[in-house]
Design a protein around this ligand. Structure first.
Ligand SMILES: NC(=O)c1ccc[n+]([C@@H]2O[C@H](COP(=O)([O-])OP(=O)(O)OC[C@H]3O[C@@H](n4cnc5c(N)ncnc54)[C@H](O)[C@@H]3O)[C@@H](O)[C@H]2O)c1
Ligand SMILES: O=C(O)C(=O)C[C@@H](O)[C@H](O)[C@H](O)COP(=O)(O)O
Ligand SMILES: [Zn+2]
Length: 363
């Protein structure tokens, strides 16, 4: 087993993202010395893992509790957050106590949000167990829940005290979920680290196998991209928007599909939409646009979308957090590693990019 890699995220209170295998032994130290009570939050699918983590913490002298939440997006609701606030209240959690999120991005978003809001902010440590959570959701302190109007509409910035990416937890992750996480990896490749694209293109089948040698490389590269950005702009005053590449359309797809699509699958289509929009706006060349389609398709990710949902998608995109009043704003590329903003594109351009998603099947 090779040594763990530590990637430091800078900021007011710097923290490490640790990537490796068999890392759970590090959790008690990350939870912290002065902490008395810990609540471990896990999804239904990870009951045994969540309970094992709680038992380990109890064995280390913490007053450890466990709370099970629904799988996937069903966890990211005000009702589930209120359930967790109730657990914390009943157990008497104070400002010197902590939460631990064990699960995919849905659980780390929810747990981070509850930690941010309980007593106006308590310590949180994340143990991401999906690829998307390791490379993206657990890092950077963006927390949130959904409302009936859209994705992550309620949330806050609340960085964790540490993140443990134990790659062995991926063993039980369904292949589709692993592949969905690769969309965020590819996003990092297009916005900042072209080597990621080279690694995927060299052997897409290897990239979809969590056991392969490329997994750790892709995780570490993606975490470095994210750590670099959020270390400079935690609150998304500007630079951080690049991490939202592909998400304006992607989040609209998730909303229109009533969260029946995995986030990564929706982001995949969203990346193609953003590339087409940039191409039609004269910002991006044909070859780089086609590269989006090719690399995502080679991984088995979706690159097309049904053509009868434009009004719903447009209305959902108006609730994107990058919008300002009636002005829609997109992250687009002028080349690989060269993200820029496209503000208020002509409505005909927005629709033309959507139409390309129907035409993709012919490519
Ligand atoms: N905050 C951020 O910066 C950020 C970044 C990316 C994604 N996200 C959010 O993360 C969510 C998507 O995350 P995701 O792709 O991890 O999906 P997810 O959290 O919905 O997990 C997918 C499914 O896998 C299950 N699961 C998790 N780990 C498992 C394991 N090791 N073995 C077996 N099953 C397991 C979950 O219970 C769930 O059913 C979305 O809500 C998205 O908005 C947030
Ligand atoms: O960390 C960020 O910033 C991101 O935008 C990363 C995204 O992959 C992630 O899905 C995020 O939750 C989207 O944020 P939102 O502000 O569009 O809700
Ligand atoms: Zn995302």
């Amino acid at each position: 087993m090779s040594a763990a890699t530590r990637i430091t995220v800078s900021g007011e209170q710097p923290y490490d993202v640790v990537v490796g295998e068999g890392l759970l032994g590090e959790l008690p130290a990350l939870v912290g010395d002065g902490v008395q009570r810990v609540l471990v939050v896990h999804p239904k699918a990870l009951r045994a893992t969540g309970e094992a983590v709680r038992d380990d913490l109890a064995g280390q002298g913490f007053e450890a509790y466990v709370a099970e939440v629904p799988d996937a997006e069903e966890a990211k609701t005000a009702q589930v957050a209120a359930f967790l606030w109730g657990v914390l209240g009943q157990a008497g959690f104070t400002r010197s106590d902590a939460l631990v999120g064990v699960g995919g991005g849905a659980v780390t978003d929810l747990t981070g949000f509850v930690a941010a809001t309980w007593l106006r902010g308590v310590r949180v440590v994340h143990v991401p167990t999906t690829l998307a959570a390791m490379v993206d959701a657990a890092v950077g302190g963006k927390t949130g829940i959904n409302t009936s109007d859209g994705k992550n509409l309620v949330g806050s910035f609340h960085p964790p005290a540490g993140v443990l990416c134990d790659l062995t937890t991926l063993e039980t992750l369904p292949r589709n979920d692993f592949v969905a996480g690769l969309a965020e990896v590819v996003k990092c490749g297009f916005i900042a680290d072209p080597v990621i694209l080279d690694v995927v293109e060299a052997d897409p089948a290897r990239a979809t196998d969590w056991r392969s040698a490329s997994t750790r490389d892709l995780v570490e590269r993606s975490v470095r991209v994210k750590a670099d950005v959020v270390g400079q702009d935690l609150r998304e005053a500007g630079l951080r928007e690049v991490l939202n590449y592909g998400h304006t359309f992607g989040h609209a797809v998730e909303h229109v599909e009533r969260f029946g699509w995995r986030h990564g699958a929706a982001v995949s289509v969203g990346l193609v939409y953003a590339a087409e929009l940039a191409r039609l706006a004269g910002r991006l060349d044909d070859a780089t646009t086609q590269r989006h389609v090719d690399v995502l398709r080679s991984l088995g990710l979706p690159t097309t979308y049904r053509q009868d949902r434009w009004e719903q998608l447009l209305s959902a995109m108006r609730r994107d957090k990058k919008a300002r009043g009636d002005l829609l704003r997109f992250v687009v590329l002028e080349g690989v590693g060269r993200p820029v903003r496209l503000e208020g594109p002509d409505p005909s351009l927005l629709h033309a990019a959507y139409a390309e998603l129907g035409a993709e099947e012919d490519r």
